[in-house]
Design a protein around this ligand. Structure first.
Ligand code: C2E
Ligand code: MG
Ligand code: MG
Ligand code: MG
Length: 276
């Protein structure tokens, strides 16, 4: 580092920062291209109803099939898409694709399931979200009750009035809304009584039975959901033991590797066939 730079209080040059910046830029360009060139794909993870053992839902999980790198998991590019604002277009694509696919399954004769779509914070703050969702439902012909939007607790942290209006709008058209990764965010319990929500999704970190306190937390979340007339689903269920415990605690639904990983459309359709 030259003395000149230090004297002027310039930032010390760190090649790794510059590399990361370049990488991010390339990634953003790649992301734009991905949308245009249809490199995004939705995988679906089935959700099982505890009592009946039936598949009642499918969570749509975004995958980026990068031509050079292969499948890129959402956690690596969603934050970037959020920062660049590209999440709006990506999110709209996800919504339309998930609704279309769910309608297709119904047309193929499978018993109807609810498709869960993850919403990013920015996406949920769009002024025209309710209109956009209504439009997509109309276009695809999917009944609103078969769509569930998954929001996180962070969404509820600010702009209470605005969020409430959006949630009421969604309820008015008949769309369900769940809280994803429940228990890991910063939301206040106040919101659970104010917001019209249909389901809580217990985060998988609470399913780790080695931490004895977790059992108490899971019990409480299930109880809380039912007291507030909401359904409750456990995410990341991997073992028989967990299933047994959740059944004892009257958890409504389960989702996780124990039953099935997220699968591409053809494979998940195959699974639906086998279950018929
Ligand atoms: P999420 O919504 O909480 O989704 C559950 C994640 O847990 C998925 O990771 C899923 O593959 C994984 N999972 C499911 N069952 C198990 C299990 O039994 N064990 C373990 N260890 N993991 C399990 P994935 O697909 O990598 O997605 C990560 C996150 O990316 C999602 O978390 C969601 O927040 C976000 N995401 C995915 N798709 C979209 C999308 O279309 N839009 C937005 N905004 N976010 C998305
Ligand atoms: Mg989710
Ligand atoms: Mg989750
Ligand atoms: Mg998550």
């Amino acid at each position: 580092v030259s003395k000149n730079i230090q004297r002027n209080h310039f930032q010390v040059f760190d090649p790794s920062i510059s590399d990361r910046f370049k990488q991010a830029l390339t990634m953003e360009t790649d992301l734009r291209k991905a949308l245009k060139e249809r490199q995004f794909e939705l995988h679906y993870q089935p959700q099982k109803e505890m009592n009946s053992g039936r598949v009642v839902g499918m969570e749509a999980l975004l995958r980026w099939k990068h031509p050079k790198i292969g499948y890129i998991p959402p956690d690596t590019f969603i934050p970037l898409a959020e920062r660049s604002g590209l999440i709006m277009e990506i999110g709209e694509w996800v919504l339309r694709e998930a609704c279309m696919q769910n309608k297709r399954w119904q047309e193929q004769g499978f018993s109807p399931v609810v498709v869960g779509v993850n919403m990013s914070v920015k996406q949920f703050y769009q002024k025209n979200l309710v209109a956009q969702v209504a439009q997509i439902l109309q276009e695809t012909g999917l009944e609103a009750k078969y769509l569930e939007l998954e929001i996180t607790e962070t969404i509820a942290m600010a702009h209470e009035e605005f969020i409430l209006e959006t949630l009421r709008g969604l309820r008015n058209i008949g769309v369900q809304v769940s809280i994803d990764d429940f228990g890991t965010g910063y939301s206040s319990l106040k919101y659970l009584s104010i917001f019209p929500l249909t389901k809580l999704k217990i985060d998988r970190i609470f399913l780790d039975g080695k931490q004895k306190q977790n059992l108490a937390i899971v019990k409480s979340i299930i109880h809380l959901s039912h007291s507030l007339q909401m359904k409750v689903i456990a995410e990341g269920v991997e073992t028989e033991e967990q299933v047994t415990f959740l059944k004892q605690q009257d958890c409504d639904e389960i989702q996780g590797y124990f039953f099935s990983k997220p699968l591409p459309v053809d494979q998940v359709t195959h699974l639906l066939c086998e279950l018929q």
